[in-house]
Design a protein around this ligand. Sequence first.
Ligand SMILES: [Zn+2]
Length: 298
Amino acid sequence: MRKYVIGAVLTFALCNVGFAQQTKNGGDLVPNGKGEGLQQAHGNPKPAKPGTTQNGINYHGGPIITGTTNVYYIWYGNWSGNTATTILTDLASNIGGSPYFNINTTYFNAANTHVSNLVSYKGDTTDNYSRGTSLSDAAIQAVVSDAITSSRLPKDTNAVYFVLTSADVTASSGFCTQYCGWHTHGTIGGSDIKYSFVGNPDRCPSACEEQTVGPNGNAGADGMASIISHELEEAVTDPDLNAWYDRRGYENADKCAWTFGTTYSKNGALANVKLGTRDYLIQRNWVNAAGGYCSMSY
Ligand SMILES: [Zn+2]
């Protein structure tokens, strides 16, 4: 199960882009120096010894996103005529309040404030290949920065900005070979902005799509739904990469990547959750309670 990952390269990628969702056949993450021996949160009601856990994931003292988490999309490249724009907008509009996203409420900060089950889709913008078709990590941050500094999107520190690239675009630090998506944060306009890259897995179905059909009839967009969900739940529980992750460096969604629980048939594809009016196949997430486990609901 290590078809794609080369440890040294993955370490490099993690150091530069934050936490990545591995490709479907990826191996274990290499420890990145963050996982052990760090101080525990003062507000953790049952402090664990460094390097040990009660629920299989540890708090490392950094912020989480509290209150309503806002979501913005940046459609990079050519998305004209692609149903992804409605399928994925519907996802962001309906994931909040679901039993699925409620899993994230099991995570909290040093003040014992928990992640909420509130997500608000706040809008989108387009980017017509401003940085070409092979995006470096710096170029991806620049795409976010451009959208904010040009006022196409507001500057929002309680948000996650998703750079969604069309299938003719790659990310040069390892899309399709090292990862399918990632999230990180950066200083933009003097503020700490959380953002994520998610590529169109139609570019590499064997690495980044669970199935080559989709419950909404768009394999790429249906595949992105799971990756967006993965990055969103990591971004709310570990926005600055110093809050919730395990000894291996795995964040909540990493611990359940490419597992889906009970599925059912929809439009010739598999699905496992209904959000709003649509069915999706979205990976499970790690519940930070009862010893810890992967689930589709809490
Ligand atoms: Zn991840």
